[in-house]
Ligand binder design. Structure first.
Ligand code: RIB
Ligand code: CA
Length: 327
């Protein structure tokens, strides 16, 4: 009898806003994924609101109390009080959808403590997925300098390699919110995948797909359709029609191996931590592209530049019907 493959152990650090919530639901609907913990950070909303939203998402998925949730940083690595992106995700981070008090309770640990403790308990097994500013990961690196050797890998949603930024012309939001943290995380010696706007802006969910989820019999898909409505309105100003980019759920799918990038390069990536107009810009050394060099010697950051562009259908299918186990 062939052995059932081990589940993929994912620790997700997020600023649970709308697309983080969709990414969480995508992972929770996969029986081959073991979501070992969720930690939250400021960004779309404050870290405490993101933690509350995460507990609510676990309730929607029928997983109350099954996944430890810890609140993290409300300030940046250098102690700056952040400007939150509530205009994009709605005042409560879930598009204004109010689920009332979540049923679950938070872990007494801080987010960086939960990250370090979880990874130390399962050395070499846990993959870190970060879909918010990278502050908690940067603090966790300070708590445990051996962290890069203890994780199985790290996937970050963030940055823009050749694409324009989204929160400023030069910077993507997760990096812009905490450039110092992003710099520390990108420079650490762990196996990194950076799912940049270059790829995520090419993965668009349509209003027809959102309405398909709204009309489905799945409470998970109906919830996703409700919280996405506000986000879709915001994206009218970007794509010219009601729709949205699938940022965080694309990063989640790449982290668990559901999606193989169409184009990526493994290069050195750093962040502009100055205080000029390009603060928070990701500087990826793509100069090898002209001679077809896809991997720079000694580099550890695989920047995802392009995916197939048809992933939203998979997200809709997963949220409506769930996923059968591969085992
Ligand atoms: O730039 C997009 C990213 O910023 C996404 O993770 C979104 O949720 C916000 O955190
Ligand atoms: Ca996010």
């Amino acid at each position: 009898m062939p052995e059932t493959p081990a589940k993929k152990a994912i620790l997700m650090d997020c600023d649970t806003g709308v697309d983080d919530a969709v990414a969480l639901l995508y992972l929770l609907a996969d029986p081959d994924v073991d979501l070992v913990a969720v930690t939250t950070v400021f960004g779309n909303v404050g870290a405490a609101t993101a933690a509350r939203n995460t507990l609510s998402v676990l309730d929607v998925a029928g997983r109350t109390g099954e996944v430890p949730v810890a609140k993290g940083s409300e300030r940046t690595l250098i102690g700056i009080e952040p400007e939150l992106a509530t205009d994009v995700h709605g005042g409560n981070g879930l598009g204004g959808v109010d689920l009332g008090e979540p049923a679950g309770a938070l872990s007494p640990k801080s987010a960086p403590e939960l990250i370090v403790d979880t990874v130390r308990r399962r050395p070499g097994e846990v993959h870190l997925l970060a879909t918010g500013p990278f502050t908690n990961l940067a603090v966790a690196l300070r708590l445990e300098p051996e962290l890069p050797a203890l994780v199985s890998g790290v996937t970050l949603m963030g940055g823009a390699a050749m694409a324009p930024g989204n929160i400023t012309p030069a910077a993507e939001a997760n990096v812009w919110h905490d450039p110092e943290a992003a710099h520390a995380v990108l420079c650490a010696p762990w196996p990194l995948t950076l799912v940049a706007l270059d790829a995520t802006m090419g993965e668009v969910m349509s209003e027809a797909q959102r309405l398909e989820m709204a009309a489905s019999a799945s409470p998970v898909a109906q919830f996703a359709a409700r919280v996405l409505d506000h986000y879709f309105e915001f994206y009218r100003s970007i794509y010219g029609e009601k729709s949205c980019a699938c940022h965080d759920v694309l990063a989640a799918a790449i982290a668990v191996g559901d999606i193989v990038p169409k184009r990526s390069m493994t290069v050195t990536a750093t962040v502009d931590t100055g205080f000029g107009p390009s603060r928070g810009a990701t500087v990826c050394d793509l100069r090898g592209m002209y001679k077809g060099e896809l991997s720079q010697a000694g580099a550890n950051c695989t920047v995802v530049l392009e995916t197939a562009g048809d992933f939203s259908a998979t997200v809709v299918e997963r949220l409506i019907h769930g996923k059968r186990s591969a085992g």
